[in-house]
Design a protein around this ligand. Structure first.
Ligand code: ADE
Length: 233
């Protein structure tokens, strides 16, 4: 059976997918880690969903690159996945024709827009440039968009982020994908990012307000896309 590992940072992004696939919570990850894991199968494929879990210090979901990298690495040591999917939400750009709840499949390369190391030999390393699988056929079959994904550890952005997001031709601004793509590069795992848009980076309203207002319906769109993708991959 094909093994599919799905990393999802936030519980509210993951729960509709966990429920639809009928997965059971399991305790397979090292006890020290806050990430949660859910397992199950459908006769054709075996699934492991890993979420970032909650921070015991701050009582919020463990979003961002460190939990993503640590969680995926721990999971890959226990579950030798044939495919790694990153499902999550992202900011998008109105001026590129994006709508709220649009779902994007990632395009190579996945990059950072906050790892600025202005030393010539380190600059490219800082930006990163990590591959994902070719999603052209999948996008056509499911009528989904394809886009470049740009990662940082901030929900907001400054002028430098903006400059680098433009360089990255970003369609999706989010907080985990490049770190996960790096782990997949190390472990030589095919990587498929799937991002659903909760907010406009170029919108008039504060990102946090847009994010809260659109989260539920965007997570439903994300679930619908993931379920269709799992029938094809
Ligand atoms: N996740 C959802 N929207 C986001 C944004 N605008 N920036 C970073 N991560 C996000």
């Amino acid at each position: 059976m094909k093994k599919i590992l799905i990393y999802i940072a936030m519980q509210s992004e993951a729960q509709p997918i966990i429920d639809t696939l009928g997965l059971e919570q399991v305790s397979i990850l090292p006890a020290a880690l806050p990430m949660k894991s859910y397992q199950g199968e459908d006769g054709k494929q075996q699934y492991l969903i890993v979420t970032g879990g909650k921070s015991d210090l701050y009582d919020v979901d463990n979003v961002g690159t460190e939990p993503a990298a640590v969680g995926l690495q721990a999971a890959l040591n226990l579950f030798d996945a044939d495919l790694v999917i990153n499902a999550g939400t992202a900011g998008g750009w109105q001026n590129k024709g994006t709508n709220i709840a649009d779902v994007f499949l990632g395009k190579s390369p996945v990059r950072y827009h906050d790892h600025r190391i202005p030393i010539p030999t380190f600059e490219a390393y800082g930006k990163g440039s990590y591959p994902c699988i070719d999603t052209s056929d999948l996008a056509k079959q499911l009528n989904l968009k394809q886009g470049f994904i740009s990662t940082s550890n901030s929900l907001d952005y400054n002028e430098d982020c903006d400059r680098l997001m433009k360089q990255n031709q970003a369609d999706c601004k989010e907080m985990e994908c490049a770190a996960l793509a790096w782990v997949c590069h190390l472990y030589q795992k095919p990587f498929l990012p799937v991002k659903a848009i909760t907010d406009f980076v170029d919108g008039e309203h504060p990102t946090a307000e847009q994010f809260q207002a659109n989260l539920a319906r965007t997570c439903e769109a994300l679930r619908d896309a993931i379920i269709k993708i799992l029938k094809i991959v």
